[in-house]
Design a protein around this ligand. Structure first.
Ligand code: NAD
Length: 480
């Protein structure tokens, strides 16, 4: 499979194509992707700017209808999109099928919310008349990571397009084929130039974030990349919208039913091989329940079958890329060297393929110091530290002792008590007795983080305010 850039609704070939390896079978190629450069970024941004002049004039109803049509097109092709994506990014196929479905749900949620978000406000008194209109900004740069490329792309671009902006998307080099497939499909329903895609790494991303015609950057990815982007945005005073990493705590209260809670916490940590921004990254357990929690967590974790992402029997896939694989392997090595109590669990489903992919066994770390690296970092892989605590006050302090603030969860049989603790957590989102959003939460909770986990929000009605400018018109009435 060979994937080109897509600018002004046309395929653009480039001089170089990068090979993308299957992370679960490195001896196989998932495909070849075109390597863009700064000239392609300029071409794409100019096309988006040109398209903006007429796209901005379309009505919200027209844009909603085009996006609904796009969603139907994606739905028809969901299974091929999921296969391509799973092969290149290593996330289990079953998970990726769900990811496409969830991405479509997010799209439809935001289309449904758009009419209330864009109502024109008119206010009048005897001295004057005021109108406040939300207008599109122009060309928005959309930069997405590899770990959930389909849903993250769809939830990012839907409100941007609904608001009347045009886009240049730069996917991650290790997960761009599925993204290009959906964007090409969507672009067929849009006027040329509204949706553009340029492929490549950080150099291409940086050409995009520094382009003077880009009005805002919407970025999902790591914190250090966000720092570089913010610096580059400063040159031309662009706005930034960041969805960044997390170090989500799960706090188990002493009235929690461990039979119910432990399976959900293990799943909340190890789903997608731990590679999702709001994965549970540390668990706090009362001293009296610690051993029981540990035993149960180990038993459940040991049941994971680690194998190739397209193997239907696998329940845990590989790590997405070499850099991340080495980073997590070194983290585990440092833990081992420190003498901390850790266990590597899970079954090797395809032992003969083990060295041929970025496979890691899930690790549970016990009796860990609350300030240890494994507790304070964003591991973004299958390593879970368990930390004991004595009092609620102590656990709230430990949970908040971080520069991250994306998700968090409280586990208890008493809703009021859990809510009391939830209200004291510094995070963009706190879940009770789950770690993630219900379908209601998905529609209405602004998704994102506080502190260094992000700037701005995605999803819910609030997202539309990220990608608009206000235009106020004030009429001075003649005083009689
Ligand atoms: P990354 O920051 O390395 O890369 C993300 C994207 O930025 C890629 O497309 C990359 O090519 C591009 N990029 C790299 N350097 C750039 C530069 N200088 N200028 C512009 N673009 C540049 O992140 P990753 O490893 O792909 O993804 C993992 C990170 O993403 C984790 O920290 C994770 O928590 C975070 N994440 C956050 C959310 C969220 O919604 N909060 C969701 C998923 C992932």
């Amino acid at each position: 499979m060979k994937v080109n850039l897509f600018i002004n609704n046309e395929d653009v070939t480039t001089e170089h194509y990068d090979e993308v390896k299957d992370p679960g079978r490195l001896s196989e190629t998932a495909g070849y992707i075109a390597k863009g450069d700064a000239s392609h970024i300029d071409q794409a941004v100019q096309a988006a700017q040109q398209a903006f002049l007429s796209w901005r004039q379309t009505s919200l109803e027209e844009r909603m209808s085009i996006l609904l049509e796009s969603a139907e097109e994606i739905e028809k092709n969901a299974s091929s999109i999921a296969s391509v994506t799973a092969k290149e990014n290593g996330i289990l196929l079953s998970r990726t099928v769900d990811e496409v479905k969830a991405g479509l749900m997010e799209m439809r949620n935001m289309i449904e919310l758009a009419p209330s978000a864009f109502q024109q406000q008119i206010i009048e008194d005897e001295s004057g008349w005021v109108s406040v209109v939300k207008r599109p900004m122009g060309v928005i740069a959309c930069i997405v990571p590899w770990n959930a490329p389909i849903i993250l792309t769809l939830q990012k671009i839907t409100p941007i397009l609904l608001a009347g902006n045009t886009i240049v998307v730069k996917p991650s080099p290790t997960a761009s084929m599925g993204v290009v497939a959906i964007l090409r499909m969507m672009a067929g329903s849009f006027p040329p130039g509204v949706i553009n895609v340029v492929l490549g790494g950080g150099d291409v991303g940086s050409a995009l974030t520094s382009h003077p015609l880009v009005r805002k950057i919407s970025f999902t990815g790591g914190g250090s990349t966000a720092v570089a982007i913010m610096k580059s945005a400063a040159e031309t005073l662009k706005g930034v919208h960041f969805e960044l990493g997390g170090n989500d705590p799960a706090i188990v209260l002493d009235d929690a039913d461990l039979n119910e809670v432990v399976p959900k916490i293990v799943e909340g940590a190890f789903r997608r091989t731990g590679q999702f921004c709001f994965a549970i990254k540390r668990v706090y357990i009362p001293y009296d329940m610690y051993d029981e929690f540990y035993e149960k967590a180990c038993e459940l974790t040991d049941a994971y079958k680690i194998g190739h992402q397209l193997n239907k029997a696998a329940t845990m896939g590989p790590i997405n890329n070499q850099l991340q694989y080495v980073r997590i392997s070194e983290l585990i090595k440092r833990l081992e060297d420190s003498g901390v109590n850790l266990v590597k669990l899970g079954k090797r489903l395809e032992p003969e393929n083990w060295e041929n992919g970025y496979y890691l066994q899930p690790v549970i770390v016990r009796d860990v110091d609350p300030n240890a690296e494994i507790v304070t970092c964003e591991q973004f892989g299958p390593v879970l530290p368990l930390i004991p605590y004595h009092t609620e006050e102590e656990v709230i302090r430990m949970a908040n002792n971080t520069e991250f603030g994306l998700g968090s969860s409280i586990w208890s049989s008493d809703f009021d008590r859990a809510l009391g603790v939830a209200n004291q957590i510094e995070a963009g989102m706190t879940f009770i007795n789950g770690h993630g959003q219900t379908s209601l939460g998905s529609k209405h909770i602004p998704f994102g983080g506080v502190k260094q986990s992000g700037i701005g929000r995605e999803k819910s009605i609030e997202v539309f305010n990220e990608f608009i400018e206000y235009h106020g018109i004030n009429y001075h009435k003649k005083q009689s």
